[in-house]
Write a protein that binds this ligand. Structure first.
Ligand code: PHE
Length: 334
């Protein structure tokens, strides 16, 4: 009799466990089924009232087996429901980070680098090549090979930074890009059509138009039969290519030890203002010789001007120091 009841209660209990659709429902089912008032607890209480020891034993065994099966079913169902609930919770709490669009801040080349690269582009367009030389130079390359011997008055204009290296006065931070002229002539055989951009140094107090560290671009042409007309024509072609058709250039007589004759070149804006740009001239025979070439065979012209200055004029910057202040509010404008 009792065994039938236990078997029925077990079947119903298993159905109940399977039917639980949440862990909360399952907990309720567990208390109901296996708690003190559950069917199996009641059967257990009735066991004592059974007359035969064999019935007691069989009933006890059946009850144990039934409660174990219910416990196992509860555990299995709990694991399933917990996994399902966890999946739902994870899905609900998922943060889609791909939706948070923080646009990356993209940098750009510095205003002086832009001018440097544009100058290179324009000269490459005119048929020049690009070379660079060292920033630490010897006195010989920076001055002597450029026809500026010791005690030459032109040296005093350069406010040179000397390095504490070798014989005093022998090693310095180049004061202009002109020493690269010598290095190029020593390395290449003409025809030479070269521009040489780079950083230069002068021991000057910075002000709105001067910096102690700035940039120049040097030009050097060495070929047969080069004349001042080639120099003037090149400066004019460069002016139009870099600034635009409305601009023109002029040469004014000047003096540099390494060129003869020497000039300064200015550029006229469409509004009629003149901008002083740089120095130029026909390469001095002594300089051609220092470069290892024969001045009877080769002649050339050279020019040099400030890159920072070009950036300043092109963008109407009032004070060159602003370009190196590392202030993003300034730099982001260009
Ligand atoms: N090196 C000169 C300077 O720094 C410029 C220059 C270059 C002049 C080439 C003539 C020829 O002022």
């Amino acid at each position: 009799m009792m065994l039938d009841h236990v078997a029925t209660a077990l079947r119903e209990a298993l159905v109940r466990v399977e039917a639980a659709s949440s862990t909360a429902e399952l907990r309720a089912a567990e208390t109901e089924l296996l708690g003190k008032r559950g069917p199996f607890a009641q059967f257990k209480a009735q066991l004592g009232a059974l007359a035969s020891p064999a019935d007691k034993r069989d009933g006890g065994r059946a009850l144990n087996e039934a409660t174990q099966r219910v416990s196992a079913a509860l555990a299995a169902r709990r694991a399933d429901l917990a996994a399902a609930e966890r999946a739902i919770q994870l899905e609900a709490e998922r943060l889609d980070l791909t939706e948070v669009r923080i646009a990356p801040r993209r940098g750009h080349a510095h205003i002086v680098t832009q001018a440097w690269e544009r100058l290179e582009d324009v000269f490459i367009g005119l048929g020049f090549q690009v070379a660079e030389g060292p920033e630490v130079e010897t006195d010989w390359y920076n001055f002597e090979a450029l026809n500026t011997p010791p005690n030459h008055p032109a040296r005093s204009e350069h406010d040179t930074f000397y390095l504490d290296y070798g014989t005093p006065g022998s090693t310095l931070l180049r004061t202009h890009t002109s020493p690269v002229q010598i290095r190029v002539m020593q390395t290449l055989t003409p025809p030479i059509y070269m521009v040489m951009p780079g950083r230069v140094f002068r021991n000057e107090t910075a002000d709105a138009t001067h910096l102690a560290v700035f940039h120049q671009i040097e030009g050097l042409v060495v070929d047969r039969g080069i004349t001042l007309a080639h120099l003037a024509g090149t400066i004019e072609a460069f002016t139009k290519a870099f600034f635009g058709d409305g601009f023109t250039s002029r040469l004014r007589p000047s003096y540099f030890p390494f060129t003869e004759p020497s000039g300064e070149f200015d550029i006229r804006t469409p509004r009629g203002d003149w901008l002083e740009i740089g120095g130029c001239g026909m390469v001095h025979p002594n300089v051609i010789r220092a470069g290892g070439l024969d001045p009877e065979e080769w002649s050339g012209f050279a020019f040099g001007f400030g890159i920072d200055r070009m950036a300043k004029e092109r963008h109407g910057v009032g004070d060159v120091r602003e370009m190196y202040s590392n202030d993003l509010r300034f730099l982001e404008q260009f």
